[in-house]
Design a protein around this ligand. Structure first.
Ligand SMILES: [Fe+2]
Length: 136
């Protein structure tokens, strides 16, 4: 089942490689959702959360590098948003490790709303900036 559905017109940042990476992030969050729906074991869920953590980090590094190379003026604010998301994911993983809590709706809701808001409000701005420099 798709917890988040990719909507090209709404979510595209007009930079192909970042759209692809955003699709992959959505796919991993959908895996978290499905694992929860299927009552998957702790190991399975941790595995997916770790995958989400790794992929998110490499995606953020990719974005930040290209923005730095292009002297993007709002890079620092962008970096701060990324750092917050990573620390949230790490917090979820920690909680999940130490407590017997299961994945709750609040976590899933946070992942979804953070990602979609970040793409639509923050990433789209670099899209315009990079497009002006002929990067698509
Ligand atoms: Fe971003």
């Amino acid at each position: 089942m798709e917890y988040i559905k990719w909507l090209e017109d709404k979510y595209t940042v007009n930079v192909q490689k970042f759209d692809n990476q955003h699709k992959k992030l959505i796919e991993i969050i959908n895996q978290v959702f499905n694992a929860k729906m299927n009552n998957a074991g702790k190991g399975t869920i941790l595995n997916i959360l770790n995958q989400l953590n790794d992929y998110t980090k490499s995606h953020f590094t990719n974005e930040e590098l290209l923005l730095k190379e292009n002297d993007y003026p709002a890079l620092q604010t962008h970096r701060n948003e990324h750092a917050l998301f990573i620390s949230k994911i790490n917090g979820f993983i920690q909680d999940f490790h130490t407590n017997e809590i299961s994945l709750n709706d609040e976590m899933l809701d946070f992942l979804k709303s953070w990602l979609i808001n970040h793409i639509m409000q923050t990433d789209k701005k670099y899209g315009v900036y990079l497009n002006e420099r002929s990067i698509r």
